[in-house]
Design a protein around this ligand. Structure first.
Ligand SMILES: [Zn+2]
Length: 88
């Protein structure tokens, strides 16, 4: 499986976590991957090759072109009130 992993992706692992969930969210990529269990929120760190071996498939990818890519309105602050200095 030669997928490109990115943080934010949810990956299903071959072996479920003791909590029952087998979905992990990638927190950080690199030589070591930091992942967080979707079931219990526990964080784990594993080597990239170990991760790739135990990863089964990508469940959700926040950066897939056909997923929520549209209507991604940039975080525009609605409050552009300038703090009027009342120090007159
Ligand atoms: Zn868990």
């Amino acid at each position: 499986m030669t997928a490109e992993y990115r943080s934010g992706q949810v990956v299903q692992m071959r072996k479920p976590h003791p909590c029952g969930s087998s979905e992990w969210e990638i927190v950080k990529t690199g030589l070591f991957f930091q992942v967080r269990c979707r079931g219990c929120g526990r964080r784990a760190e594993m080597r990239r090759d170990a991760f790739e071996k135990s990863a089964r498939r990508i469940v959700s990818d926040p950066q897939t072109p056909n997923a929520a890519n549209m209507s991604k309105t940039a975080a525009r602050p609605d409050t552009d009130v300038f703090s009027e200095s009342d120090s007159t």
